[in-house]
Design a protein around this ligand. Structure first.
Ligand code: SME
Length: 165
């Protein structure tokens, strides 16, 4: 019998929470999360982190590609006013798009992508980055997926809060 999304999500979260306790860096934890989500959640075809690089005087803040799994993306640096990634980072709200072709904000990464979720990561109430997932399937991100991805993003936020660089 197949496991349900809820069962797989619960097992994935348990594994990631245990890993976070012993992770030696935020990059290590992020690498574990992208690999685990891509392997275990069958519709999560591209999984990656973008972290905010604060611009020096006169320069815009940028989202910079961090650990990821999937095809290389042309979007390695995204300004906060562009794309679904920029929307999530600048509003501090999760963005779920069931059909990327119908959203004018969408920055294309792969012709195969049909739906996307982007979840901000907070440290002490400030957005510091985000977890971005693309799917080759339309409407791949239901409420249980949103809950899982938000918990993964929160795990990184908590790690960063408790392990300041
Ligand atoms: N689609 C994103 C760009 C990043 S790629 O999906 C990896 C966006 O619209 O911001």
């Amino acid at each position: 019998m197949h496991s349900t999304t809820r069962q797989v999500s619960a097992a994935v979260m348990k594994e990631l929470e245990e890993y976070a306790r012993a992770a030696y860096s935020a990059k290590d934890l992020m690498t574990k999360i992208v690999n685990c989500l891509n392997e275990r959640m069958l519709k999560y075809n591209w999984v990656g982190f973008y972290m905010i690089e604060r611009g020096a005087a006169g320069r815009d803040d940028m989202l910079v590609l961090g650990p990821f799994v999937g095809a290389m993306t042309p979007h390695t640096r995204i300004p906060l006013h562009q794309g679904l990634c920029g929307a999530a980072a600048s509003t501090g709200k999760t963005v779920v798009v069931d059909d990327v072709k119908s959203d004018p904000r969408y920055l294309a990464c792969s012709v195969e992508t049909q739906s996307e979720i982007v979840v901000p990561i907070f440290v002490k109430g400030t957005v510091v980055g985000e977890l971005d997932i693309d799917s080759h399937f339309p409407s791949a991100f239901a409420s249980q997926d949103r809950e899982l991805v938000e918990r993964c993003a929160a795990l990184v936020g908590k790690f960063l809060e408790t392990h300041p660089a």
